[in-house]
Design a protein. Structure first.
Ligand SMILES: Cc1ncc(C[n+]2csc(CCOP(=O)(O)OP(=O)(O)O)c2C)c(N)n1
Ligand SMILES: [Mg+2]
Lengths: 330, 337
């Protein structure tokens, strides 16, 4: 691991570095806690965890503000947290409570907060990229300066909707950043098998946009690539494809036995982990102290504890909620 | 003693036996083997809920994993079917049909008719449907009415391990495109399944309970719900016919009508949304063909017309259960004209 920081890291002041660290730590602790709680049987449904991939959501969303929209995936907790969705409401949603982000109607796979520009985790692989073309079109027509970011996986990069969206974004010249999160697998299938090109980023020229592959364990590398792409999009320069490479730490979903892989997670955790490398680099370069970072860890741990405790205490939705929020005529 | 196995194992056995019998049978889908390109186990998954486990080691050339490209591989299965293969393609969750529907309803469904009878498309699309697993709005739907609506498709919903095997073998041997809907809450249910291959013809409903007072028509997982309701009602002196449709296309109208002629009362239990679904369809059949026999209005038991909610508190209210069915039967009994 190199201990030198990219040039752009210089523009990150102490506050922004701490924000980034806090976001990554929040995602990590949120996911590790959900993993533990799921094992107790208290969390219903399908849950897909983002641990290991924190630098992507964090490094990209660090460039976004309230004008900007993101679309997400079934593995959406990290994107939600990085875009500012309330962590307690997210946890309550995962527990199916009335106090959840979607009043318990959505669950882990559908957490959304439109007021934050978070267009939803998504149960349909490839569901997000077309939507984000529309979000970007709206931003363009409304002259807000906003951009749209579509997060999707290596598996989703093979879905027609994703490929259509990339072409459309270029043809319309709308401000989109496509972030292909290549964690090596779609369920049990390796991306080296399912992606016929040498890399996902290699597909970019076919859609008339620049493509770049970055180390997804390195917050600064993601931050830098995303900064360039977002800036270009905001300036009317059109879409970019960023492929972010890393490893997911848990199974495809909670319960996955993962017999399709060997020791890569242990190795990644020990050698490449984004939080570990972030700490080492900001400390080595004298930007932040261990004490300051540890303090963040404690604050985040407290927040997650509270989020879980409150979620467990919160009421579930009732019969009165069943037929609201939808058009029904009998 | 008769042999028992799970619904999952029955489906697996049907596939193995058909692949052994007929070299043109191929299986494809996302992670139907699992592990492609990776360093670990090949056949790591055998499908997301394990139905195709063990097929890949046995038939390595005829089990194809696919990228997440449903339009592509479902379409490819259909194309291969027109060229002498008998593909069994897996659309993992029926909720994903939106990604590939054109290949199914504009292509596969229409070939035979549109080409003047000169095409056969013996493709089977296996897909999981249904609620109860807290899988939320995009992984819990019961979308079989959409397929049933399309002329040219056959639509199958096995309710038991026995039916699962016999109907799947029939589906593979059938020359029309078949949408084979497996309820994901049924995979672990156990029942008697003969070892030798057998078929259950399409369009022949099963009569799972015999009664005099009311007819309950159900399908898929709702058959068990209807049976539970019928058993709950029996001690109070109300006896019900419970009819398991098995296939919605073709539909066994005769069995339904015969029963209604006898009981004079009809309740349809369906897990799909109420609008344009099987419940409404069967109610209209009774109104049309058994009007004189009906002693009370036909009633339907379905979810409300909403997406499937995530929270267990809401999903339990959403899904029809035995108590709702029993209460509906009682209401019908009380509405004697
Ligand atoms: C249209 C569609 N097809 C299949 C699935 C089932 N499925 C859910 S996640 C997944 C794998 C996605 O892989 P990838 O895009 O790499 O994302 P990752 O899970 O690795 O984050 C699959 C096949 C789905 N949800 N939607
Ligand atoms: Mg992936």
């Amino acid at each position: 691991m190199t201990e030198t920081l990219p040039v752009t890291a210089g523009v990150l002041d102490e506050r922004r570095l701490l924000d980034a660290y806090r976001t990554m730590r929040t995602i990590r602790m949120f996911e590790e806690r959900v993993h533990e709680e799921f094992a107790t049987g208290e969390i219903p449904g399908f849950v897909h965890l983002y641990a290991g991939e924190e630098a992507s959501a964090t490094g990209v969303c660090a460039h976004l503000d309230e004008r900007d929209a993101i679309s997400s995936t079934h593995r959406g907790h990290g994107h939600c947290i990085a875009k500012g969705v309330d962590v307690k409401a997210m946890m309550a949603e995962i527990y199916g409570r009335a106090t959840g982000s979607c009043h318990g109607k959505g669950g882990s796979m559908h957490i959304a907060d439109l007021s934050k520009g978070m267009l939803g985790a998504n149960g349909i692989v490839g569901g997000g990229p077309p939507l984000i073309c529309g979000a970007a079109l709206a931003a363009k027509l409304q002259n807000t300066g906003g951009v749209g970011v579509a997060f999707f996986g290596d598996g989703a990069s093979n879905q027609g909707t994703t490929l259509e969206a990339m072409n459309l974004a270029s043809v319309w010249n709308v401000p989109v950043v496509f972030v292909a999160e290549n964690n090596g697998y779609a369920e049990a299938t390796a991306s080296s098998w399912s992606v016929a090109a040498d890399s996902i980023a290699d597909r970019a020229p076919a859609f008339g946009m620049p493509g770049v592959t970055v180390d997804g364990f390195d917050f600064f590398a993601v931050y830098e690539a995303a900064g360039e792409a977002v800036e270009r999009a905001r300036a009317g320069g059109g879409p970019t494809l960023i492929e972010v490479e890393f490893t997911r730490y848990f199974g495809h979903f909670e319960g996955d036995q993962q017999t399709y892989r060997t020791d890569e997670v242990a190795r990644a955790r020990a050698e490449r982990d984004c939080l570990r490398s972030f700490r080492a680099r900001v400390m080595d370069s004298g930007l932040l102290s261990a004490e300051r970072l540890d303090e963040v860890d404690r604050e985040v741990a407290l927040l997650i504890d509270r989020a879980v405790a409150e979620a467990k205490e919160a009421p579930k939705p009732t019969a009165a909620d069943l037929e609201t929020d939808v058009y029904i005529s009998y | 003693m008769a042999r028992t196995m799970t619904y999952r194992e029955a489906l697996n056995e049907a596939l193995v036996q058909e692949m052994e019998r007929d070299q043109s049978v191929i299986v494809m889908g996302e992670d139907n083997a699992g592990g492609a390109g990776g360093p670990g186990e090949q056949d790591a998954w055998g499908g997301v809920l394990g139905v195709t486990k063990g097929l890949y080691p046995r038939f390595p050339d005829r089990v194809l994993d696919t990228p997440i490209s449903e339009s592509g591989f479902i379409g490819a299965a259909i194309g291969a079917a027109t060229r002498g293969m008998r593909p069994v393609a897996e659309l993992m969750f029926v909720d994903f049909l939106g990604v590939c529907f054109d290949q199914i309803y504009n292509q596969a469904a229409k070939f035979r008719y549109m080409f003047g009878g000169k095409a056969v498309t013996p493709v089977v699309i296996r897909t999981m449907y249904g609620g109860g697993l807290r899988a939320a709005a995009q992984h819990s739907q019961a979308l079989y009415p959409i397929f049933t609506h399309v002329p040219g498709l056959k639509v199958v919903l096995p309710s038991s391990p026995y039916d699962a095997k016999g109907l799947l073998i029939q589906a593979v041997r059938d020359d029309d495109p078949v949408i084979f809907c497996e309820h994901k809450a049924l995979y672990d249910t156990v029942g008697e399944v003969p070892e030798e291959p057998y078929t259950i013809p399409f369009g022949e409903a099963g009569i799972v309970r015999d009664g005099e007072d009311a007819t309950i028509v159900a399908l898929g997982r709702m058959v068990a719900v209807a049976v539970e309701a019928a058993d709950d009602l029996a001690p109070s002196g109300v006896s019900c016919d419970v009819i398991d449709l098995r296939t919605t296309s073709p539909l066994d109208e005769d069995t339904i009508l015969e029963s209604v002629e006898n009981t004079g009362r009809l309740i349809v239990v369906d897990e799909a949304s109420p609008r344009c679904g099987m419940a409404a369809d069967i109610a209209s059949l009774a109104a049309r063909e058994a009007f004189g026999a009906l002693r009370a209005p036909v009633q339907t038991v379905t979810p409300p017309h909403t997406p499937v909610p995530f929270s267990d508190a809401l999903e339990d209210l959403y899904l029809p259960d035995a108590q709702r069915v029993a209460n509906t039967v009682k209401d019908v009994m009380n509405r004697e004209r």
